[in-house]
Design a protein around this ligand. Structure first.
Ligand code: PLP
Length: 394
């Protein structure tokens, strides 16, 4: 079928108040770091926003019923999971939602588990909420990642441990966790009365051949407090219209989060963000399917490029997200040093693996959600570094 959307268009984002493009002063810098795509959002969303804005009505807004209906429809059609209307609580962006959840259920100083290398703001949420960080590092074996269940068991068994913050799918290692893995987490956490909060902001970006399993589904049948958090913001590139929602069959849990959001004065999502969510979940499916094909093409391109020109770089398989995790330890063991050299000398801005915990040492993260031509420029800059390094014999 012919493509309807143009993901090849190179959009000049400089001067658009973009964190990704305007933070670097040097116009030569190619940013491939923050999780923000160089594509316009789905035109169906832009159209809905134009309609809303053109009415000029910006008085206090309420969340319409189709906000909930669109979430229910999306989870049914895309993730084959039935969410009930009363299980949904609207909230601000993902990070403020996670932070509100942590503050609701934990007292400062209590322990919560994360699974590094993991999204850097998980560390800041823990720190900002005054919690104690417990690491259940993922195991890196034969070029792939898996959960260390033995270690999770030990850490969950500590009576001070109250919560596991799960990244499902996992940023930055690109894993779409299997249902049996999630069930095992549910089983361990239910035995030790550890609550599970599953950040599923990348749920829709599971590439073909893989499947997203919502934690709320995997946890069915376990006596466990759990919350699954969703958002259209990564999927549709809507970071500047932050919105997220919590899903839990435990209505008391939702009520307690609602109270915290109210206390923080963050209980009412921005109506434009809510409008974007409704449009995305009602009319965005065709765009998403094409986006995923394009991303899969970009990943294939990257793999071929690495095989041909960057043989020292190990590409970690990408099941989900548009963030590729590269083991560059054979080129440079110091990932922060490597990303600094790439920025200073090659004008390529990537994330060092250590941003996601010390177990990310030796790795870098590259964002491939851009037109293929930009990806090719970025990879060529990485190749220039590699060739100079090899030529210097070090
Ligand atoms: C796992 C994860 N959670 C949350 C976020 C950020 O969400 P928000 O911008 O809605 O706060 C990101 C952004 O990359 C992410 O990767």
């Amino acid at each position: 079928m012919a493509e309807k959307y143009d993901f090849d268009e190179i959009i000049d984002r400089r001067g658009t108040d973009s964190v990704k493009w305007d933070l670097a002063q040097d116009p030569e810098v190619l940013p491939m770091w923050v999780a923000d795509m160089d594509f316009r959002t789905a035109p169906e969303i832009t159209e809905a926003l134009i309609n809303k804005v053109s009415g000029g009505l910006f008085g206090y807004g309420s969340i319409p019923e189709n906000f909930y209906e669109s979430i229910i429809g999306w989870w049914r059609d895309v993730h084959h999971f039935t969410v009930r209307r009363e299980w949904i609580l609207a909230g601000p962006g993902m990070i403020p939602t996670l932070s509100a959840i942590v503050r609701t259920f934990l007292k400062p100083g209590e322990s919560m588990i994360i699974q590094p290398p993991v999204y850097n703001h998980f560390f800041t949420v823990i720190e900002n909420c005054g919690m104690h960080l417990v690491k259940n590092n993922l195991i890196f074996e034969n070029g792939d990642y898996k959960i260390d269940f033995e270690d999770l068991e030990t850490k969950a068994a500590d009576p001070g441990t109250k919560l596991l913050l799960l990244c499902n799918p996992h940023n930055p290692v690109g894993k779409a966790w299997q249902k049996k893995e999630l069930e095992k987490i549910a089983e361990i956490c239910s035995r030790h009365e550890v609550m599970v909060v599953s950040d599923e902001i990348h749920a829709d970006l599971v590439l073909k051949g893989h499947q997203h399993h919502p934690f709320v589904g995997a946890a069915e049948g376990y006596a466990l407090r759990h919350i699954t958090c969703g958002s259209p913001c990564k999927t549709f590139n809507l970071a500047s219209l932050p919105i997220a929602y919590s899903i839990s069959p435990d209505l008391q849990v939702l009520e307690r989060i609602r109270k915290t959001l109210e206390m923080q004065e963050t209980a009412y999502p921005n109506p434009l963000a809510a409008e974007a969510l409704i449009a995305a979940y009602t009319n965005g499916r065709a765009w998403l399917e094409e986006l995923k094909d394009y991303l899969a093409g970009n990943f294939e391109y990257l793999q071929q490029f690495c095989t041909e020109y960057l043989p020292e770089v190990l590409v970690i398989p990408l099941q989900a997200t548009y963030l590729v995790w590269l083991d560059c330890s054979a080129l440079n063991e110091d990932s922060a040093g490597l990303t600094k050299i790439l920025l200073d000398e090659e004008k390529l801005w990537l994330n060092p693996g250590t941003m996601y915990g010390e177990s990310g040492e030796g790795f870098i993260r590259i964002n491939i959600a851009c037109p293929r031509e930009l990806l090719s420029w970025g990879l060529s800059r990485l190749r220039n570094y590699r060739n100079r390094k090899v030529a210097a014999g070090s």
